[in-house]
Write a protein that binds this ligand. Sequence first.
Ligand code: 5GP
Length: 194
Amino acid sequence: MKELKEKIINEGSVLSDTVLKVDSFLNHQLDPELMKLAGEEIAARFKDTGITKILTIESSGIAPAFMAGLTLGVPVIFARKRKSLTLNNHLYVAEVTSFTKKETNEICVSKDFIHADDKLLVIDDFLANGQAVLGLMDIIDQAGASSVGVGIVIEKGFQDGGRMLREKGIRVESLAILKSLENGTVSFLEEELV
Ligand code: 5GP
């Protein structure tokens, strides 16, 4: 997505060979117009797949997921990371190892919101090693529901998540795929479909 790539070039900062900081439009301050375009683009790629709900993870997945949900006219659920929720047993719970924080957390979704007849679109801000997406897929499996695929704002194509998920037969659509962050420079894959 052209607008997203321009924003990454103009405002992103490369923190290391593997981490891109995009706090000015996605991870701290939000750019509503860009989030709207991102949500609409993800929605367009998955239209006609019978989506009943969107599933994301707090907090940075919420903005693009919300805009996609508005476009598709379906509810948006965000998995929560709060530990206090685990005291309640009316929950689906999965473990996720965070790429940026290097710690393992439980994520959870109330059983009230995902049912066996739901078809879910998973959305997240970044795809690195795919642990967050796998955790969300685990929750969908626990509910006996199905997934139509995964919509990602920024995929780091040089990390394993995208390949691992596609090898499992999961449809992954990313709005920007980074080829490399080496030497402090962002480069994109020419072909968006891997
Ligand atoms: P994964 O679970 O695919 O290994 O990592 C994805 C999650 O880690 C995303 O939800 C995102 O919050 C975070 N993340 C991974 N890589 C980056 C990065 O380069 N920059 C930022 N800002 N977040 C990242």
